[in-house]
Design a protein around this ligand. Structure first.
Ligand code: CS2
Length: 475
């Protein structure tokens, strides 16, 4: 059996793999991270790995509240894993940013970490659905995990519950708060998380809620790097290259970006030197990224799957689909974006579309298609709403929405599993456009009730149902 990656195995690795630039043994925990999935390991942890080269106080405690897999893999590998950059100039690095792992059932350790004055940052990538927000972006107090946390705030189930419990301990002890950095693809992600935490705290301790609102930093952020899932073929390739097994290896494109709203944190980690952009206006970047990159991604996913494509690269190699997405981005999506200081949206959109043409990245459309009910509002429906308000045409924008409904219909008819927290509701509504548009967790009343939108979606959906999606792409 092949040996596993570990501190001891570092010496045996080939010269092509860059070793950590810091003394791993001296790293202490200064950051608690919720959700150590592939994106976190390829993006934030890479930044922190570089921070650690000059300051050993910022090791990350990787917290996974539900599934032990990644935390167990990291523990077995002394926190080490491979980051493979798959691009024109590929490279392989060993990341050593995680100082410990906290899995399900280790709540006591998590509580101690969140209260520890040496922990100055908490961060999260738990995907949109992990925040238990309702359709208006505020805390859904009917969500089963929040119902649980309201009844037992000392033994939380949700990330929100844990953040509030940690802040409550610090508030009670007179410890300054940690800054809370939400790193998921939602507009106003920091502000939404602050409001959700304050809302939960207010139910049992208004003083704590005021402190959270007034004293805790929840900067908004824009995070970006295309990170395909680590499939068995990729893990086998890493093992062949390194001569050791690595169950936590990740891959990403060379491009990586983290734009963070400037916030106060005296003597915190030097994120700027490690490549993070700190700005006073992150909203514009956030919106541009969500609408252009993620909007185009979801369009390629649902439309591309209907056309029989499997990956983003394949979808972008289909001239009709690539042409359609290019028009959508340049004519419809960019028109919805206000000017952003320092951001040329035309050049940005072209660069994004170019990244989708990276032949080395095998990014599955089916992966992007997950959780559509959570993603569509930020990625496409905000753009639709603004186009309707401004009286701009929405025919092209209706295509990805119809493609999503067609995707749900196909899955429902075939009896296949839909990865989406609203899967049951979606399946029940899938045979009728009106029933779909009536799902308020996805479509706000204002859009759903607009006949221009309803008609455009119904018309596009008819083309998908007739098996002729290609005729929509000439628009
Ligand atoms: C993708 C994103 O899976 C998805 O929904 O659109 O994960 C995308 O690759 C990242 O946001 C890129 O930064």
């Amino acid at each position: 059996m092949m040996t596993q990656l570990s501190r001891a195995a570092l010496a045996t690795l080939p010269g092509t793999a860059r070793r950590p630039g810091h003394d791993i043994a001296s790293v202490t925990t200064g950051i608690v991270h919720f959700g150590p999935g592939a994106f976190h390991r390829a993006h934030q942890a890479d930044v922190i790995d570089r921070v650690l080269d000059t300051d050993s106080r910022w090791g990350i405690a990787a917290v996974s509240l539900r599934t032990p897999g990644t935390v167990d893999a990291l523990k077995a590998q002394d926190g080490l894993y491979t980051l493979a950059v798959i691009d024109r100039e590929p490279s392989t690095r060993i990341i050593a940013a995680h100082s410990e792992g906290v899995g399900p059932g280790e709540g006591k350790r998590l509580r101690a970490l969140l209260a520890d004055p040496k922990v100055r940052l908490a961060t999260s990538t738990v995907t949109e659905k992990g925040y238990c927000l309702g359709p208006d972006g505020s805390l859904d107090i009917g969500h089963p995990d929040i119902v649980h946390d309201l009844a037992r705030p000392a033994e939380p189930a949700s990330v929100i519950g844990w953040i509030v419990a940690g802040l409550a301990d610090r508030h009670a002890a007179g410890t300054p708060p940690f800054a809370m950095l939400c790193c998921d693809n939602m507009t106003g992600n920091g502000a939404k998380l602050r409001a959700a935490c304050a809302a939960l705290a207010r139910t049992y301790d208004p003083g704590l809620a005021d402190w959270i609102e007034g004293e805790v930093a929840f900067p908004d952020s824009m995070v970006d790097s295309i990170t395909p899932a680590s499939d068995p073929a990729f893990l086998a390739k890493v093992a062949a290259e390194l001569g050791v097994e690595d169950r936590a290896a990740v891959q990403r494109e060379a491009f990586t970006q983290w734009v963070l709203q400037r916030f106060d944190l005296t003597d915190g980690p030097d994120l700027a030197t490690a490549g993070v952009t700190l700005t006073s206006d992150v909203r514009g970047y956030e919106q541009a990224k969500l609408r252009i990159l993620n909007g185009a991604h979801s369009t390629l996913a649902y439309t591309g799957l209907a056309l029989g494509h499997e990956t983003v690269f394949e979808a972008m190699s289909d001239p009709a689909l690539a042409g359609f997405v290019t028009s959508l981005v340049h004519h419809d999506i960019r028109a919805s974006l206000p000017p952003v200081d320092g951001l040329d949206t035309e050049a940005y959109a072209n660069a994004v579309l170019d990244r989708f043409r990276n032949p080395a990245i095998r990014h599955l459309l089916s992966q992007i298609a997950w959780d559509g009910s959570q993603k569509l509002p930020y990625r496409l429906l905000d753009t639709v709403r603004e186009a309707l308000d401004a009286g701009r045409p929405i025919d092209r924008l209706a295509v990805p929405v119809a493609a999503w409904i067609a995707f749900i219909r196909r899955k429902a008819q075939a009896g296949e599993t839909i990865t989406d927290p609203l899967a049951d509701t979606l399946v029940a509504a899938s045979s009728s456009v009106d029933a779909m548009l009536a799902i308020r967790q996805v479509f706000p009343e204002r859009i759903a009730a607009d006949p221009r939108f309803r008609d455009a979606v119904a018309k596009a959906l008819a083309a998908f149902d007739a098996g002729k999606p290609a005729q929509l792409l000439t628009r």
